[in-house]
Design a protein around this ligand. Structure first.
Ligand SMILES: Cc1ncc(COP(=O)(O)O)c(C=O)c1O
Length: 435
């Protein structure tokens, strides 16, 4: 007799495996495959020497060693909270007091992913609404689904989230009496995962104003996910949205050391409106009552010695070369494809390729198997979307990551993708481009 079913919770029922698990598995299983799908970081530049030196220095000092190997606090190491706050404020050209912040408003988390989840636990009830860029970070869609939250997609253009469209969507929700369900506006505003697009400078203060405008019965927060801010290869650093939240009311800013340092340390941080700190900490207390203390001490030391800044400088050169290799290959291989276009990101890890509207690059379409046959893998852009009001979903887009493969493999990967696309062109009877 089969065992009686497990009494799983509603939350568990709403929580599914990440759609890209299949793609990551494929990349591991298939020798020779070039993965432009993985969201991992560059291997060669991982800071083994710097982390090794920091760990050695901590362990050589008995007091520092005991402090690092003991439990820490739920909120995180005070000195690191101060450094993180100063790091963000220095980038924004303000002092913490200018924008109503102190180290008490900083929470260190187990990656920024934990903060994304915790904030949801603190704010959402099933049926609530989050407005998010379309497309958006698909792992966060999974978090929202787990919390039972509905995503309202907001279109993007070259300047990131279209704020006229955001305003219009909020006005529409208001007119339908749905504003009480709206809790959050989510933006990955620097070199977005998955598109590589950045929120334009003039939109940043306006985003705070829009949140304020619709915060009638309760505050609607902006969740600014700045995971890729440090990975900037061209152009100036733009001020954060947080900078324009001068009384620290509307914007929760989160970022991570995973991308600019090491995902193995799995350390993230958040600058929160003061009254959000306690609810988040109460929940974090239930999760883990503090992220890995040793990782916090290591990062604290790397920031204090300047090793972190030096490392970021080096990473920028490494990734700029990779990005340029991918963009040059796209020009070469897809430049002659009518209707194909791609983003030119100023930073981050991703290029977003848009193919002609009738091309199905989705997980069940013909491009994925053709690409696998040609020896390359991408993430179907479809994963970043939720269906719009008409039930429609874009299937003609691909997320291409230049983070992991070396420049020559990136070029070869794009050549293979073109080969796969050529196969589709032949099948569809499109005029094949010259080989
Ligand atoms: C946009 C974005 N936010 C958050 C994260 C979470 O990263 P971590 O938990 O390693 O800080 C990622 C990871 O890829 C990401 O792309």
């Amino acid at each position: 007799m089969p065992p009686a079913p497990l009494p799983l919770s509603d939350r568990s029922g709403r929580t599914t495996d990440s759609p890209i698990t299949f793609f990551i598995q494929k990349a591991f299983e298939t020798p020779g495959l070039i993965s432009l799908a993985a969201g991992l970081v560059d291997e060669g530049s991982l800071p083994a020497g710097e982390v090794g030196a920091a760990v050695a220095a901590i362990m050589a000092d008995p007091q520092a060693a005991r402090a690092a190997l003991q439990y820490g606090s739920t909120q995180g190491l005070p000195s690191l909270r101060t450094r993180v706050l100063n790091h963000v404020c220095a980038a924004d050209g303000v002092s913490p007091g200018d924008i109503g912040l102190s180290a008490d408003d900083v929470v260190l988390t187990t990656g920024s992913q934990q903060l994304l989840y915790l904030l949801g636990e603190a704010l959402f009830n099933p049926g609530d609404i989050v407005l998010a860029e379309a497309p958006s970070y698909f792992v966060y869609h999974g978090v929202l689904q787990s919390h039972g939250v509905c995503v309202v997609p907001v279109p993007m253009d070259a300047g990131g989230m279209d704020l006229d469209a955001l305003d219009a969507k909020l006005a529409d929700l208001q007119s339908r009496g749905e504003l009480p369900r709206v809790k959050l506006i989510y933006t990955v505003d620097y070199f977005q995962n998955p598109t590589g697009l950045t929120l334009a400078a003039d939109r940043r203060p306006r985003l705070v104003e829009i949140a304020r405008k619709y915060s009638t019965a309760h505050r609607i927060l902006v969740l600014e996910d700045a995971a890729y801010r440090e990975l900037r290869y061209t152009g100036p650093d733009l001020p954060s949205v947080k900078k324009f939240d001068v009384a620290n009311e509307f914007v929760a800013y989160t970022s991570t050391f995973s991308k600019p340092l090491s995902p193995g340390l799995k350390l993230g941080y958040a600058l929160l409106p003061s009254d959000l700190v306690a609810p988040v900490l109460h929940l974090k207390g239930n999760h883990d009552f503090g992220s890995a203390n040793l990782a916090q001490h290591v990062v604290d030391r790397l920031l204090a010695t300047g090793a972190f800044d030096r490392h970021v400088g080096h990473l920028r050169d490494v990734y700029r070369a990779k990005r340029d290799a991918m963009l040059a290959a796209l020009d070469e291989e897809f430049g002659d494809v009518p209707g194909a276009s791609w983003t030119v990101p100023g930073g981050g890890l991703y290029v977003w390729l848009t193919l002609p509207p009738d091309v199905d690059a989705g997980p069940n379409g013909p491009l994925v198997p053709a690409a696998l046959e040609a020896g390359v893998l991408y993430v179907p852009g479809e994963f970043g979307h939720v269906a719009d009001e008409t039930g429609g979903i874009a299937r003609n887009e691909c997320r291409l990551s230049f983070g992991v493969a070396e420049p020559d493999r990136l070029r070869e990967g794009i050549r293979r993708l073109r080969k796969a696309y050529r196969k589709l062109e032949r099948t569809a009877g499109r005029a094949p481009a010259a080989v």
